[in-house]
Ligand binder design. Structure first.
Ligand code: E4P
Length: 226
């Protein structure tokens, strides 16, 4: 399963590439705002960082255009021309789906974001989406179960042989990363802190402490020659 970083901060992205063999990046208007840069500057800086590498960067179109497929298409074409790494995000709305189908014909990769049902995921796949992004954290915060949601998206993809990659988004903890992997998602995207947290376990630290004690109480010895 591929691991994407949900961030527009270039220092975080560089760290994740160097240390975690990062597969891709997702951004959204929140991450751009957090970067403190104007939208175009923020996405161009990320594009520069990954230039020449096979690291896709999802970039979101203006969310105000959710019901204007022509405006989504126009902006998507403009954004896609900035970097070959860009995958263009548009929402799971009727206009988003139509824009996706149009862009797919033109060879522009779309990430259908804000996906909250497997029926929306099915539509994204039918329309030729490169990626569809089921948001599990938001659903769980709303008291909804998400394991079967991921499973249904994966089953629909497999049943009909769609090429769309299922990217599990809004992931809050290590357990959800494992769940996504077990249920067959293609990608998860998480914030920097979630990955940092995922790499640790209190028992790993406790075990290291114990082994260090035993180590310190045992002489290393000389190499025994034959
Ligand atoms: C995914 O592509 C989104 O950017 C992301 O996961 C949104 O959710 P969050 O900001 O609540 O995590």
């Amino acid at each position: 399963m591929k691991l994407f970083l949900d961030s527009a901060l270039t220092d975080e992205i560089q760290y994740a590439i160097d240390w975690w063999n990062l597969d891709g990046i997702t951004t959204n208007p929140k991450h751009i705002q957090v970067s403190g840069k104007p939208f175009l500057k923020a996405i161009e800086d990320v594009a520069d960082l990954v230039a020449g590498h096979d690291i896709p960067v999802s970039v979101q179109t203006n969310p105000h255009n959710h019901n204007d497929w022509r405006a989504i298409v126009e902006e998507a074409i403009r954004l896609a021309s900035i970097s070959p790494n860009f995958v263009i995000k548009m929402p799971c709305t009727e206009d988003g789906f139509r824009a996706c189908a149009y862009l797919a014909e033109k060879g522009i990769r779309a990430n259908l974001t804000l996906c909250f049902s497997s029926a929306q995921a099915l539509m994204a796949m039918r329309m030729g989406a490169h990626i569809v992004s089921p948001f599990i954290g938001w659903k769980e915060a709303n008291g909804e179960e998400t394991g079967s949601f991921i499973e249904e998206c994966v089953a629909i993809k497999d049943n009909y042989g769609y090429d769309t990659q299922i990217l599990v988004a809004a992931v809050r903890n290590a357990r959800q990363i494992s769940e996504a992997a077990v249920r067959g998602a293609d990608i998860v995207t998480c914030g920097f802190a979630v990955y940092k947290d995922m790499l640790t376990h209190p028992y790993t630290d406790m075990g290291l402490g114990k082994f260090q004690e035993f180590w310190d109480e045992t002489p290393y010895g000389e190499k025994v020659t034959e």
